[in-house]
Design a protein around this ligand. Structure first.
Ligand SMILES: NC(=O)c1ccc[n+]([C@@H]2O[C@H](COP(=O)([O-])OP(=O)(O)OC[C@H]3O[C@@H](n4cnc5c(N)ncnc54)[C@H](O)[C@@H]3O)[C@@H](O)[C@H]2O)c1
Length: 324
């Protein structure tokens, strides 16, 4: 199948490579900034255009990849859906849940497959954690703590630095963990959030979400865009009979069972990362288009994740817990 990349920045480049790694061809690269389109098109032997609509409408395009700033996603999904093109849209699905709902309706009307890139569902470490929880390795889970972040992304002036466009660390980054928590532990009930959202001259963001899930599990999600460099992910999940831990700075994944008088602590180290999780999500998307399987993440999941992040931002603004 032929792929159009809309938005030739960091993620556009990555997804062009993933499409090729999954046996697809990049035929058009579109970016409102012409040199960005030309650069990526040259790398992938594609043609470059400025106007994303012309890329969507191109006769040879079967799949449209949306890797533009979050506020542009809804309109591009609607255009692609009306043109009958399958869609890979980066997360967050959109800036607001209302935009997500309209995008879902457009895809339904156009009869196209709309996939949203919640890639953490494809990270092998997170799949290991999920498998351990679901196999009962730690018994009934009681609480989970997820941490993600690093530097403030984008150069000064970038859309990432405009909270109205990116939603800051709470929407843009923590949405990965909000989605994963719902994926593993079910629906949330209540969210309380405190977010820094400090603006220039020294822009930094830090956000702390506490959630009670309908299952009774308590979850904390911390997101930071306040580090001087780097990127880190950490997870801790505690259950009645054990604890799971993952720290990207000292991978591999580790699982410990509660120590009893009778036996030693069980530690299961493993190194499950062999294929890029971005390639795994692409393969899932392609398999769905080819009618081989249903995707691991649905557009409705992506909508729920935006609803959770939206509730967190509302809680931070009101300084009150919000029922989801
Ligand atoms: N899944 C992940 O791990 C991950 C990581 C980073 C970013 N993202 C998401 O991917 C999306 C893109 O992020 P990025 O880091 O690549 O951003 P970026 O700023 O690096 O690139 C965006 C590109 O889109 C172009 N653009 C802007 N408006 C456009 C339009 N209407 N039509 C065509 N091109 C347009 C810009 O000129 C820029 O080149 C965002 O939604 C972001 O939240 C996901």
């Amino acid at each position: 199948m032929n792929v159009a990349i809309l938005g030739c920045g960091g993620m556009g480049r990555l997804h062009a490579q993933m499409a090729v790694d999954c046996g697809q061809k990049v035929s058009v690269c579109a970016d409102t900034v012409r040199p960005a389109a030309i650069r990526l098109a040259k790398e992938f032997g594609a043609r470059a255009v400025n106007d994303p609509e012309s890329a969507i409408m191109a006769k040879d395009v079967d799949i449209v990849v949306i890797t533009t700033p979050t506020t542009t996603h809804e309109a591009l999904v609607a255009t692609a859906a009306a043109a009958g093109k399958h869609i890979f849209c980066e997360k967050p699905f959109a800036r607001t849940s209302a935009q997500c709902r309209r995008a879902i309706a457009a895809a339904r009307k156009g009869g196209v497959n709309l996939f949203v890139g919640h890639v953490v569902r494809y990270f092998q470490e997170f799949e290991c954690l999920r498998a351990q929880v679901q196999s009962g390795a730690i018994g009934e889970p009681g609480w989970a703590k997820l941490y993600r972040g690093g530097i403030y992304p984008g150069a000064p002036g970038s859309w990432f630095r405009d909270y109205d466009q990116s939603g800051g660390v709470t929407l843009d980054c923590m949405i990965h963990d909000l989605d994963w928590l719902r994926y593993v532990f079910g629906e949330p009930e209540r969210i309380y959030c405190q977010a820094l959202m400090r603006k220039a001259p020294t822009q930094m963001d830090y956000s702390q979400v506490t959630m009670r899930m309908k299952s009774g599990l308590i979850a904390t999600v911390i997101g930071t865009w306040a580090h001087p460099s780097g990127f880190k992910v950490k997870v801790e999940i505690c259950g009645e009979s054990g604890m799971l831990q993952f720290d990207s700075t000292d991978a591999p994944f580790r699982a410990e069972a509660r120590q009893t008088a009778a036996g030693p602590t069980m530690i299961v180290p493993s190194n499950p990362v062999s294929v890029s999780p971005y390639q795994l999500e692409w393969q899932d998307f392609i398999n769905w288009i080819e009618g081989k399987s249903l995707p691991r993440v649905t557009a409705r999941d992506a909508l729920r994740a935006v609803e959770m992040a939206e509730a967190a931002l509302k809680s931070a603004a009101k300084r009150q817990p919000v029922t989801v």
